[in-house]
Ligand binder design. Structure first.
Ligand code: ADP
Ligand code: 5GP
Length: 196
């Protein structure tokens, strides 16, 4: 199943990127709790090890690297990328089915994958969730406590490159005050989609 004419698809695709630790997951979770927003979050596949509390099929579809690569060969993914030594990809079928059904689908993905989606889906809406400054990003990653010091350092190196691509997105939201960032994203979705 592959979408030929994105312009004719009734649903709206929303791509959200931003440096690790900027608060994407937190903002999106709060957004989806709002009664005035009708959207669903795509569940990605990854070869990363689950964090404590993460549930297979809910947070991610956790795969071995070999199983992930088989999925790539089989054309299972709308986009995929390697991020800090692990693979991440968006299973295409559920996204296409939801869009064909007129629903709003959110992809929370890193920038390389987002650029792949941009080439395929010109009608998608691209949102970059950023932090007020780099020091705050480091502070949030450390406070989250889900990565080692080395992994945090590596994520901060990647974050610099990702922030350089913020200008490629339609909207940039600075997640300083959480309530305000959620409200801004809800406003963008309600303005841009019929699903809000
Ligand atoms: P991402 O999904 O972008 O990697 P998370 O949603 O996991 O980021 O957020 C990273 C950390 O920052 C979490 O501990 C989260 O609770 C915290 N956080 C999110 N938004 C804010 C905010 N506006 N102010 C302070 N801390 C925040
Ligand atoms: P994390 O390990 O923190 O869950 O995710 C690391 C990065 O991978 C984040 O920037 C996240 O948005 C991104 N990511 C999650 N799922 C996907 C996906 O399906 N495709 C791509 N390209 N990136 C993803």
């Amino acid at each position: 199943m592959w979408i030929q004419g994105w312009g004719e698809v009734p649903g709206q695709l929303v791509v959200i990127s931003g440096p690790s630790g900027s608060g994407k997951s937190t903002v999106i979770r709060r957004l989806l709790e709002r009664s005035d927003v009708r959207a669903e979050l795509s569940v990605s596949a990854t070869s990363r090890v689950p964090r404590p509390g993460e549930v297979d099929g809910v947070d991610y579809f956790f795969r071995t690297a070999d199983a992930f690569k088989r999925g790539c060969t089989d054309g299972e993914f709308l986009e995929w990328a390697e991020y800090n030594g692990n693979f991440y990809g968006t299973p295409a079928r559920p996204v296409f089915e939801a869009l064909a059904d007129g629903r709003t689908v959110i992809l929370e993905i890193e920038t390389k994958g987002a650029m792949q989606v941009r080439e395929q889906a010109p009608t998608a809406l691209f949102v970059f969730i950023d932090v007020p400054n780099f020091g705050e990003l480091a502070r949030r990653l450390r406070a989250r406590g889900t990565e080692t010091d080395l992994q945090i350092h590596q994520r901060l190196v990647i974050a610099r490159k990702e922030r350089d691509l913020a200008h490629c997105y339609d909207v940039r939201i600075i997640n300083d005050n959480l309530d305000q960032a959620v409200a801004e994203l809800a406003n963008v979705l309600c303005t841009q989609t019929s699903g809000g």
